[in-house]
Design a binder for this molecule. Structure first.
Ligand code: S3P
Length: 171
């Protein structure tokens, strides 16, 4: 019997990767894994601490290692961090080891969803909107190049997004 493909969620901060991933996994009776969550559990520290002590490069090394580890599983739903597509090696691993789903959202929606956030070091700046726009310019083409399908999450709730994904991956 063929192994079930992994379903891998990519997209920017505030796109809903963790919320949608959890619901999607429950809907399909699969395990849900989250690279950021696993990195923090393994390290025994939160993401701001890792950025402080090891720098963004240290975090990215941990992220690549975790993507490699988690995508070796079969038939699971995996949520990645927003920067997971930055490295070519990560993009290759994601594409080779699952069906990659880009959760698209707008900068306006990101700003609303991350308004009170203190756990994302890259957003703890007064020029947050400019940072998000710059990131969108760099990353949106990478998300599109990596994904097998793209789903908008800015105009509807997580349930509706999950139903759409289920319909598209099971047909
Ligand atoms: C990051 C996104 C975060 C987390 C880290 C860096 C990014 O994950 O990995 O703060 O570079 O966009 P979420 O997308 O889950 O917020």
């Amino acid at each position: 019997m063929l192994a079930l493909p992994n379903l891998i969620l990519i997209g920017p901060m505030g796109a809903g990767k963790s919320t949608i991933g959890r619901l999607l996994a429950a809907e399909l009776s699969r395990d849900f894994l989250d690279t950021d969550h696993e990195i923090q559990a393994r390290c025994g520290a939160d993401i701001p601490w890792i950025f402080d002590v090891e720098g963004e490069a240290g975090f990215r090394d941990r992220e690549t290692q975790m993507i490699d580890e988690l995508t070796r599983r079969e038939g699971v739903v995996i949520a990645t961090g927003g920067g997971a597509v930055l490295r070519e090696e990560n993009r290759r691993l994601l594409r080779e080891r699952g069906t990659v789903i880009y959760l698209y959202t707008t900068v306006e929606q990101q700003l609303r969803r991350t308004a009170k956030d203190r756990n994302r070091p890259l957003l703890q700046r007064p020029d947050k909107e400019a940072v998000l726009r710059e990131m969108f310019g760099v990353r949106d083409p990478l998300y599109r190049a990596t994904a097998d399908l793209t789903v908008r999450t800015d105009r509807r709730g997580p349930r509706s997004v999950v139903n759409d994904i289920v319909r598209r991956v099971t047909r």
